[in-house]
Design a protein around this ligand. Structure first.
Ligand SMILES: [Zn+2]
Length: 278
């Protein structure tokens, strides 16, 4: 599933190729992708508008439109946004397509159909997108402070990995970056959040920022399934820098003494080194 670095890479692509281009026509092939409202409403609200900006909160892409509405896209498990010339063959599983005034077409492609495209009036946010309002701070755009992170960690006994995955705790981190951040911090994914020491929380705060920004610089992580690609269809390269994620059974690259182990933490398969993560 795309996490903060992948969604941020897509956001940057939207800023370059989508913002400012008028949407001339909207095609919806699969109503499930616009299930929060309806195909008719999405077509009505999008046609003739242009995005003023491309923003992101956690894993949510948000484009304020010149009509006053907001276009929201969540990629969930397998969603992709791709841009290509209008009239070129649409990829399999294209469910929404926006024809732009510059001759391009923005396509929402989603084999597993968990992703969604929503257009809403900001005053309707509490009813249409309550999940957006309940999100915790985005560690990059909201500049999560050390004091705020400490306050949040002290409030729960849940395992460190489980809280990092919780989008109400902090928005944007999923399974890949949760494992990589905890590894870089030297914190066991099993450690109760309220038992993370001051020194550990300082390292965690630094690692959240470092790992996510390095991954953004690398264009995100594209795994063997090649599910994640940017707007131009290009994969990222941060998977080459993964130290624990997907490396169960391999020697730890950090300490050289431990072996990467895996187990289920917070409902997700988690990989870590018992020697350098305490
Ligand atoms: Zn190690």
């Amino acid at each position: 599933m795309p996490e903060l670095p992948e969604v941020e890479t897509v956001r940057r692509g939207l800023a370059r190729t989508f913002v400012g281009r008028r949407i001339e026509a909207v095609w919806i092939g699969r109503p499930r992708s616009v299930r929060r409202t309806s195909a008719e409403e999405v077509i009505l609200r999008l046609t003739g508008t242009a995005a003023l900006a491309a923003e992101r909160k956690g894993k949510y892409l948000l484009c304020p439109l010149d009509s006053g509405d907001v276009l929201m896209v969540h990629l969930r498990m397998s969603g992709q946004l791709l841009i290509d010339r209008f009239g070129s063959d649409r990829p399999l599983h294209t469910h929404v397509a926006l024809r732009l005034a510059d001759g391009n077409e923005l396509r929402f492609v989603d084999p597993r159909t968990f992703g969604e495209v929503v257009v809403f009036d900001p005053s309707a946010e509490p009813t249409i997108v309550p999940d957006l309002m309940a999100l915790g701070p985005d560690p990059i755009t909201d500049e999560l402070s050390l004091a705020e992170l400490r306050r949040r960690l002290r409030s729960t006994r849940r395992a460190a990995k489980a809280v990092l995955l919780d989008q109400h705790f902090v928005a944007g981190i999923g399974n890949i970056y949760g494992d990589e951040i905890l590894h870089r911090s030297g914190i066991s994914p099993l450690r109760p959040a309220n038992r993370i020491s001051y020194v550990q929380s300082t390292r965690l705060h630094g690692a959240i920022h470092e790992v996510l920004t390095e991954a953004i610089d690398a264009g995100g992580s594209t795994l063997a399934d090649a599910q994640y690609v940017d707007l131009m269809g290009e994969g990222g390269s941060f998977q080459e820098s993964h130290r624990v994620y997907g490396r169960s059974g391999c020697p730890c690259l950090t300490c050289g003494r431990g072996r990467v182990v895996s187990g289920v933490v917070g409902g997700r398969t988690t990989s870590w080194c018992r020697v350098c993560q305490r």
